[in-house]
Design a protein around this ligand. Structure first.
Ligand SMILES: C[S@@+](CC[C@H](N)C(=O)[O-])C[C@H]1O[C@@H](n2cnc3c(N)ncnc32)[C@H](O)[C@@H]1O
Length: 334
């Protein structure tokens, strides 16, 4: 808390109020293909202007803003991409994650209806945004989630030793990115991607694209209410934690405990708050986003997630840093 003598000003507050400008710079640069053009050799203002088909004054404005935001760095007479931009925002790179950022960017308008969403008092929808999901919407969403999730899937198989494991139950598996990475890393592993029926259709397409249809099945169902496939010795539930309130998450974790074979392990990977619930901002804002979807979802803390697993009967429950500032992994054994 600010002490009486500490000088404060409005800059931090102004930056926050203007944050949509930063978002617009990043997303517009992506839409124009700026970072890909820079990576392919357009370095100076004149070269960038030519490559993007815009006038030099606007190229200069855009590049100056990108430099100020740390997206590009000044490099002699021209500009180069910052290391994370070069790795994740240049088309053709293995880590290309722009589809996800652009998809999230499309939410801009909805966020300006937050006040109205917060004033709603009618009962929330159990499945939130998924209540009316179509196959087409699922395909569009998961083309985007795949671009970010495949990196998380690769990280998961680097962090977790699955040797000796036979069957993964990938709850809310979306594109199947975790199962795909696990199947590629461990030749004896099979997996079931269990997701809502429209998403299971799309998961099958991703699995086939990776040539893994003989080892990964996609099953349609609601993990809060439908019977879960039996026989798995690993359960993964990734990136859907804030979509549900504590009661439903507790229920799902209990159901997973029931479905796993003895000795099986669960990994709940999600956007989690610190135990003090004072951040980081990412997980807190994912929780707030659920007001827009009028779901039961809220941001959960690491401590709460540990308690969900312990309460369901999991042993050796532990917290692991997964993607710092974004995702945490909580695991436990049956
Ligand atoms: C943000 S995506 C994450 C997908 C994937 N786990 C990943 O990390 O890329 C959340 C997924 O959870 C699924 N999901 C949400 N509620 C569900 C439910 N009740 N039953 C089954 N799947 C659900 C959604 O359909 C969606 O595919």
């Amino acid at each position: 808390m600010a002490s009486g003598r500490e000088r404060v000003d409005t800059v931090r507050l102004q930056d926050m109020a203007y944050a949509h400008r930063q978002s617009a710079v990043l997303l517009t640069a992506l839409e124009l293909g700026l970072f890909t053009r820079i990576s392919r050799g357009a370095r100076t203002v004149a070269e960038v202007a030519r490559a993007l088909g815009i006038v030099e004054t606007n190229a200069e404005r855009l590049l100056t803003a990108c430099a100020a935001l740390g997206l590009v760095v000044r490099d002699g007479e021209g500009f180069a991409n910052a290391p994370d931009v070069e790795r994740f925002l240049v088309e053709g790179q293995r880590g290309y994650a722009a589809p996800w950022l652009l998809a999230i960017g499309k939410e801009r308008q909805r966020w300006f209806g937050l006040g109205e969403a917060l004033r709603r008092k009618d009962p929330p929808r159990r499945l939130g945004m998924y209540e009316t999901f179509t196959v087409e919407q699922a395909r569009a969403l998961h083309e985007a989630t795949y671009s970010i999730g495949i990196g998380a899937g690769r990280r998961f198989v680097r962090h977790v030793d699955l040797s000796g494991r036979r069957l993964i139950l990938d709850l809310g598996g979306g594109s199947g990115c975790y199962s795909i990475c696990a199947a590629n890393a461990w030749p004896d592993i099979r997996a079931i991607v269990f997701d809502l029926p429209p998403v299971a259709v799309v998961a099958e397409e991703f699995i086939a694209r990776h040539g893994l249809s003989d080892r990964i099945a996609a099953v349609g169902g609601d993990f809060t209410s439908d019977e879960l496939p039996a026989g798995a010795d690993v359960a993964i539930m990734a990136s859907n934690l804030p979509q549900y309130g504590p009661e439903l998450v507790r229920k799902v974790v209990r159901r997973v405990h029931g479905a796993l074979v003895p000795g099986g392990e669960m990994h709940l990977i999600g956007e989690m708050l610190r135990p003090e619930k004072d951040g980081p901002p990412g997980p807190a804002l994912w929780g707030l986003a659920e007001a827009l979807d009028h779901s039961t979802g809220v941001a959960h803390s690491e401590r709460e997630v540990v308690e969900y697993l312990q309460g369901a009967g999991f042993r050796d429950v532990s917290v692991h840093e997964f993607v710092p500032g974004s995702l945490t992994r909580v695991s436990g054994t049956k």
